[in-house]
Write a protein that binds this ligand. Structure first.
Ligand code: HEC
Ligand code: HEC
Ligand code: HEC
Ligand code: HEC
Length: 158
């Protein structure tokens, strides 16, 4: 009996930190400020997009009442402390890929949670229901007011 309790407690100690952290899969979110130091071009242009302002815009909505359910799409990881549709909402939570030694190798970065967005990435929020209109990846990607400036020509992206 004692050992059952002991193992039960050991299991709780192991599980709890994972249950309370901001996780998606096995990776934690770090916030856009952490990407800024290496990706200033993308950060500065993203900062002015509607995605970056998605939380404040939802709160200011006149025709719909703001509530926590809005954050599923109007914030990163449904977390108001991670306001706006930040880098990691499209590129995946960055705790495990943001290190230079991993980032410089795109395959390693992907193995550690980096996502190069595709149509499906957008569909999670742009699901075609209610006011959440569908977007077409190929055309939307040229919209600098929505995503960010690119170093490569966006027509090369799938
Ligand atoms: C320590 C510096 C550093 C940090 C911090 C960092 N990156 Fe990177 N990242 C790089 C380097 C270097 C590359 C590869 C060369 C390039 O594209 O600039 C890269 C590449 C990328 C790419 C393009 C991969 C490709 O081949 O198309 C994406 C997307 C990306 N990073 C997103 C992020 C996001 C999101 C964050 C924050 C969670 C982040 N990075 C944090 C250095 C960094
Ligand atoms: C399933 C994802 C999702 C949820 C949940 C959601 N939104 Fe949105 N919202 C979107 C998307 C996607 C857009 C961009 C649509 C477009 O303009 O094509 C948007 C746009 C908006 C806009 C700006 C454009 C407009 O239609 O006026 C406001 C304001 C807004 N949402 C408020 C809210 C509020 C308030 C809630 C909660 C009651 C909410 N949204 C819940 C996905 C969502
Ligand atoms: C986490 C949810 C989420 C994801 C993922 C997401 N979006 Fe959005 N998107 C939104 C919300 C919310 C808005 C509305 C922001 C506002 O107006 O405040 C929006 C707005 C837009 C707009 C502006 C619509 C207009 O009114 O002109 C475009 C274009 C867009 N998104 C394209 C994309 C593309 C392309 C992708 C995938 C690469 C994507 N989005 C991924 C939530 C998301
Ligand atoms: C609405 C979705 C979305 C958000 C938010 C977003 N990105 Fe991107 N990002 C993309 C797409 C789409 C691509 C092109 C996909 C590819 O590289 O195949 C891209 C490409 C990149 C690249 C490599 C290509 C280049 O030429 O610049 C980097 C680096 C990057 N993003 C960093 C960031 C950082 C840093 C943030 C936050 C400040 C951010 N992104 C926010 C959708 C997004």
């Amino acid at each position: 009996m004692r050992s059952v309790i002991k193992w039960g407690i050991a299991a709780l100690v192991l599980i709890v930190p994972f249950a309370t952290g901001a996780q998606a899969g096995d990776h934690a979110y770090v916030g856009a400020q952490k990407c800024k130091m290496c990706h200033r071009v993308e950060f500065t242009s993203w900062e002015n997009t509607v995605h970056a302002k998605a939380t404040e815009n939802a709160k200011a909505a006149k025709d719909r009442k703001f509530g926590p359910e809005c954050l599923q799409c109007h914030a990163t990881n449904s977390d108001e402390a991670m306001a706006g549709v930040q880098c990691e909402a499209c590129h995946g939570p960055g705790a495990d890929y943001k290190k230079m030694s991993i980032m410089k190798d795109v395959e390693k970065a992907k193995a550690n949670g980096l996502i190069l967005p595709k149509q499906e990435t957008c569909n999670g929020c742009h699901d075609g229901k209610d006011h959440h209109k569908k977007v077409e990846f190929k055309t939307a990607i040229n919209n600098k007011k929505a995503i960010h400036e690119f170093k490569k020509d966006p027509s090369q992206f799938e």
